[in-house]
Design a protein around this ligand. Structure first.
Ligand SMILES: CC(C)(COP(=O)(O)OP(=O)(O)OC[C@H]1O[C@@H](n2cnc3c(N)ncnc32)[C@H](O)[C@@H]1OP(=O)(O)O)[C@@H](O)C(=O)NCCC(=O)NCCS
Length: 167
């Protein structure tokens, strides 16, 4: 598994993978971000794309914005995570963190098995981000016939969860 920085020539295959995973734009606590606007790493196996990670370097931390494997369980996720950890360390960032949703049990397991710990839960934030997301993407906002019935379910199954690792 080869992991290297994403180059301009990778754009079409990376964009295609993000599109197929519905991640051309990702909601991040009331903001929409295009992963392709941020630096990234690609994993290759036999000359083919095996996975993509995008990240945001902050003042004292590094955030994983997206992480996708083209085929799961082949080591691309682990290889990309190891490389972004090394990159963050080289740049003197002591904290690496990621937001996922609490219904993404595979991701929570994946990160926790690799030394991350659950740090925060934002109940209802996915629901709250929807009007902003619909506005930004020009989508019509779905009507919410009974918010009292819908909200608790959303809060229970899909709340952004911050997972982080500190050195
Ligand atoms: C989360 C994700 C990035 C992990 O990437 P991956 O390439 O599948 O991960 P790896 O192959 O490195 O390791 C995953 C697990 O598969 C296991 N595995 C490896 N080969 C396996 C096999 N042949 N059969 C079963 N399990 C296997 C590994 O042991 C590891 O298990 P562990 O987490 O219990 O340690 C990937 O599942 C994915 O793309 N998910 C969808 C997007 C997503 O949720 N991203 C994270 C939120 S940002």
């Amino acid at each position: 598994m080869l992991v290297r920085p994403r180059m301009p020539a990778d754009e079409p295959v990376v964009a295609d993978l993000l599109r197929r995973r519905h991640s051309e734009r990702v909601a991040r606590l009331r903001r929409l971000e295009r992963p392709l606007d941020h630096p990234g790493l690609v994993a290759e196996q036999g000359g083919k794309l095996a996975g993509v990670l995008t990240y945001v370097i902050g003042e004292d931390s590094c955030e994983i914005l997206t992480l996708h494997a083209t085929e799961r369980w082949r080591g691309a996720g682990t290889a990309l995570l190891a490389e972004v950890e090394e990159l963050a360390r080289r740049r003197g960032r002591r904290r690496l963190w990621v937001l996922t949703t609490n219904d993404n049990l595979d991701a929570l397991r994946f990160y926790q098995r690799r030394g991350f710990r659950l740090a925060e839960l934002y109940p209802g934030a996915v629901q709250d981000a929807r009007p902003a997301q619909a506005r930004d993407t020009g989508q019509r906002q779905p009507r919410d016939p009974d918010p009292r019935r819908d909200r608790p379910r959303q809060a229970a199954v899909s709340s952004p969860t911050r997972v982080r690792r500190e050195r």
